[in-house]
Design a protein. Structure first.
Length: 200
């Protein structure tokens, strides 16, 4: 703590020690500065930011796209993928998109979404029940608290192992990543699109 001094004095003091004068709080009256090695300071702040990012829990919303005509096998595959996303701590948004005259049969999409809710009820809570938005019907589900707790424990365990590996001079194992982001069921049914505008 060197007390209040003018900028010129502070700069010459920093230069005498071959260091930098860095403003750390410009909003204070008078502004607060430190004499330090700026390169080292930047490195330390970036490192702290990286650590904070690593420790925070981010919940993504993964989207699984369906069509009213999606057959049972594909629906089962998408359900398994959604289960993987949820077990990783992510929310899942199911989107059923209607094309052409399919819009006249919203009950088909409702049945699909009801089936999916039944298959995933052991690990999910429904956040937004199935509802129509324009030409799509959506459903949003989130992991149950015990799933989130398990994900947090696994993350803490991985972080412990990473710290241990760094201490021992080994290369830590990379973070596990999701294989797919969205599951899209957008097969081009030309016959659907032909009837898009000619109702009646």
């Amino acid at each position: 703590m060197l007390g209040i001094m003018n900028t010129h004095e502070a700069l010459s003091l920093a230069q005498q020690q071959s260091l930098d004068l860095v403003e750390v709080n410009p909003k204070a009256m008078p502004p607060v500065c430190k004499i330090l090695d700026f390169g080292k300071y930047k490195y330390e702040t970036a490192k702290q930011a990286r650590e904070a990012r690593r420790k925070q829990t981010v919940i993504d919303i993964k989207e699984v796209k369906l069509r009213p005509k999606t057959d049972d096998h594909d629906l089962d595959f998408k359900c398994r993928a959604a289960r993987r996303f949820i077990e990783s701590g992510n929310k899942v948004k199911f989107t059923v998109r209607f094309r052409g005259r399919e819009i006249t049969h919203p009950q088909m999409a409702q049945q699909q979404l009801d089936w999916l809710m039944g298959q995933l009820e052991d690990i999910t809570n429904v956040e937004v029940r199935p509802q129509m938005e324009g030409r799509t019907m959506t459903l949003l589900v989130a992991p149950k608290p015990q799933i989130l707790q398990r994900v947090a424990q696994q993350k803490a365990q991985r972080e412990k192992e990473r710290q241990l590996a760094l201490k021992e001079g080994r290369t830590p194992e990379p973070e596990p990543s999701e294989e797919v982001d969205d599951l899209d069921d957008d097969e081009d049914d030309d016959d659907d699109d032909e009837g898009e505008g000619d109702e009646g």
